[in-house]
Design a protein around this ligand. Structure first.
Ligand code: NAP
Length: 292
């Protein structure tokens, strides 16, 4: 891909901040927008160009990536009064990296087609650390030829990029990912509670289990954070509730009962009610350890 390609990036939070930085460091001119202006300051100091709205980003760029919080934020950025589609021109590509609803990805793709804009859904996995390291996994839905064109941009922050099918398929792959994590997070927390209750050295338990069949990302990344009492996000509890809600909604549409996922959803709702919605998902252990 041509390094003179003008790239836009909207949503400069925990994930977007690092992802945008990788694109900038790869040498692409980068146009940025975020709801809270101050979160763009650092990137602007590093050479990014501030734009006053998604509409202005679309006007300035050939390709625009977005990673905001919730499906409602995606709607505001794409469909709002000063949204991306207001500034869109034919031949552009928009990629939504937010974990959002498959049906919204399909709607944006259709609206884009009417304007000659190709929209891809490409939610990511790998957390804040994966974003910083540029080692995310991107799950893509949409047009294969367009993905081939934009792959070098996605590669600036991804170690793995897989196309899963038509619009919305990336979001379905991400929902599958979040269903898996419902099991690894509840399993990790129960493992630590059990080991602690039986007087084991938790650092040794994590080191041993991550070397065997019980190894998983939640245990190896979030287990050590819990031992340091580090409950910062990482991945927000409030976003995980959103993701599990989407997964359960989609499961219902497919007549599937997912009791493990529902249990994780209920536990995370309880955690949010106790005031931990802005903590990282490893705070799940607080449902028990605060009382210990
Ligand atoms: P975050 O820190 O809350 O970042 C979201 C950013 O989007 C914020 O800076 C927010 O602005 C901005 N935003 C929201 N609505 C906007 C709008 N209408 N216009 C412009 N900017 C807007 O969240 P995050 O952790 O980066 O996560 C972002 C998405 O990635 C979520 O869907 C999450 O589920 C998903 N995800 C997260 C992780 C992770 O480990 N963190 C991993 C994979 C996927 P403000 O600064 O004003 O709040």
């Amino acid at each position: 891909m041509d390094q003179t390609l003008k790239v836009g990036f909207i949503g400069l939070g925990v994930m977007g901040q690092s992802m945008a930085r990788h694109i900038l460091r790869a040498g692409y001119p980068l146009y940025v927008y975020n709801r809270t202006r101050s979160k763009a300051n650092q990137l602007v100091e590093e050479g990014a160009i501030w734009q006053a709205s998604p509409e202005e980003v679309a006007q300035a760029c050939d390709l625009v990536l977005t990673i905001v919080g919730y499906p409602e934020d995606v709607e505001a950025v794409y469909l709002g009064e000063k949204g991306l589609f207001k500034g869109a021109h034919s031949g552009q590509v928009f990629i939504d990296l937010t974990t959002s609803r498959p049906s919204l990805a399909q709607e944006l793709t259709k609206k884009g087609q009417a304007l000659g804009v190709t929209v891809l859904d490409a939610p990511v996995s790998g957390g804040d650390l994966g974003a910083k390291a540029g080692r995310l996994t991107a799950m893509v839905g949409g047009d294969a030829a367009t993905l081939d064109q934009v792959r070098p941009i996605l590669e600036t922050f991804s170690a793995s990029i897989q196309l899963h099918g038509s619009a919305g398929s990336g979001q379905h792959a991400k929902a599958s990912n979040q269903i898996m994590i419902a099991g690894t997070m509840t399993g990790m927390v129960e493992t630590l509670r059990y080991a602690k209750a039986n007087g084991l050295d938790l650092e040794k338990v994590i080191a041993t289990l991550t070397g065997g069949a019980a190894n998983n990302w939640s245990l190896s990344n979030y287990g050590p954070r819990i031992l340091k009492s580090d409950y910062s996000p990482g991945f927000f509890v409030k976003h995980y509730i959103k993701d599990l809600g989407i997964a359960l909604e989609e499961a219902e549409k497919a007549n599937l009962n997912l009791p493990g996922t529902k249990l994780a959803y209920d536990l995370y709702q309880e955690l949010a009610k106790e005031g931990h919605e802005n903590d990282g998902t490893q705070a799940l252990i607080k449902l028990w350890w605060d009382q210990a």
